[in-house]
Design a binder for this molecule. Structure first.
Ligand code: GRG
Length: 416
């Protein structure tokens, strides 16, 4: 509880830095105007734009680090839900069975044991389900409107984890086609092994199976949340591949695209977990904020790792983004320190010499450090959302919340 109080006090004094998405909906200043790209999603345009990195910037992080060293046992979020994860893995393999043999082997490709990836999203969603296991403040909707008895709530929430993982894998399949990738999860990418056409069709097939499962939940609010996520994935990908030179040099544009491509899926799925539980709008917003900030922190670190790989030195990563002409946070921060880098970014990275020049500037700048700091900020906002949930004395609820907070640290300290 002390932990909770400290974080609440900090939240009131925490002004934030220039590039982060704020926590409370009502406090947001709308930076982006409504655009035809999205008529329903307002949250992503609500970047707070206050100046200056606050002195308290890393205090919350240190408090979390400190308090976790005080706790009796180190909590592994993945172990906490290991049995359920393996159940979900089996369900996914059943759900992607197709009649036509080629489609069947394409669709099951990334659900086979050993190539299931980090299973980060289902882990978050299962932990969130337990973390929100609170007395339900209002009567759940009747069954015909997607309501539930408490006995099957968990299996409905598991279905969200399955749907989310299917949408995620579908987007990876399509992404690899667009990027002409040859590897994924340490094996040949599906497009490389079976060709672009089958990879696209397998992605479509996974999406259609995800839709069938979504419909089985009979909850229109949840259906529209996840339909919006698919729109966001496509929007984010299109934003990335159709940038003007100004957009490529804009941090706002990068953060908006990052929300669409990476954070929307986990944030809206977390919200769906709360909605299925019949939780209040306030709790649903906190679940959403956790997912959004965790997703943004995750992608910011991904963008750092693209330059550094597992080591801390520049150029040790795959450099895949920059070689594909994709400008990410480390370069954008470096550009603030070295405005002459902008000319190189505008010229593009088809010439490998430009990649080297950009890496030189990045090495001289605080671009990597500032990106990590921004990731920490979002990780802390995610942890604050968990700390702001209604209090619970239930040991399982508390353990899952602690694991969700632990995940925020795992995300910012990961090296792969
Ligand atoms: C078909 C839904 C659909 C979308 C098409 C191609 C596209 C539009 C969107 C691309 C979305 C995309 C691939 C975003 C990147 C998200 C991301 C951070 C992927 C890596 O996630 P990890 O590291 O992967 O969790 P693993 O392999 O561990 O599951």
């Amino acid at each position: 509880m002390l932990f909770s109080r400290i974080s609440r006090n900090l939240r009131t004094t925490f002004n934030g830095c220039r590039w982060y998405l704020s926590l409370p909906e009502h406090n947001r200043r709308f930076l982006f105007s409504q655009s035809p790209r999205d008529s329903t999603q307002h949250v992503v345009r609500s970047f707070i734009f206050s100046k200056g990195i606050p002195a308290l910037y890393s205090s919350r992080y240190q408090i979390h680090q400190h308090s976790s060293s005080l706790v009796e046992d180190e909590l592994d979020p993945f172990s906490l839900v290991a049995d359920e994860l393996s159940h979900i893995g089996n369900k996914l393999r059943e759900m992607v069975v197709a009649e036509v043999p080629k489609l069947a082997s394409a669709a099951e490709y990334f659900f086979k044991m050993g190539v299931e990836g980090k299973r980060f999203r289902p882990t978050v969603l299962l932990l969130m389900s337990t973390a929100l296991n609170l007395p339900i403040p209002k009567a759940p909707p009747p069954m015909e409107h997607g309501g539930t008895t408490s006995s099957d709530l968990r299996s409905r929430q598991q279905r969200i984890a399955e749907i989310t993982e299917m949408i995620h894998v579908a987007s990876l399949l399509h992404d690899d086609v667009l990027d002409d990738a040859d590897t994924r999860r340490g094996i040949g990418s599906l497009n490389f092994v079976m060709g672009n056409k089958l990879a696209v069709l397998a992605g479509d097939f996974l999406l259609s199976r995800a839709c069938v499962t979504l419909a089985s939940l009979k909850n229109t609010e949840v259906v529209s949340l996840l339909a919006k996520v698919v729109e966001h994935l496509v929007t984010g990908e299109t934003m990335q591949m159709t940038t003007t030179s100004d957009q490529r040099c804009s941090m706002e544009y990068y953060m908006e695209k990052t929300y669409y491509k990476t954070a929307s899926l986990i944030s809206n799925s977390c919200k769906a977990i709360a909605i299925l539980a019949g939780q209040t709008a306030e709790v649903a917003v906190l679940a959403f904020e956790y997912g959004k900030n965790l997703g943004l922190a995750f992608q910011l670190i991904d963008d750092v790792l693209d330059f550094t790989g597992t080591s801390a030195s520049l150029g040790k990563g795959s450099l895949s983004d920059i070689q594909h002409g994709i400008v990410t946070a480390p370069i954008l921060f470096a550009m603030e320190e070295f405005p002459q880098l902008r000319a190189i970014v505008e010229e593009g990275f088809e010439n490998p010499e430009n990649v080297n020049i950009a890496l030189d500037y990045l090495g001289k700048s605080r671009g990597i450090q500032k990106t990590k700091e921004l990731a920490v900020k979002h990780a802390n906002l995610a942890a604050e959302a968990i700390d702001s949930l209604p209090e619970s004395d239930d040991e399982e609820v508390r353990k899952s919340r602690k694991a969700l907070v632990e995940l925020t640290q795992i995300v910012i300290t990961r090296t792969k």
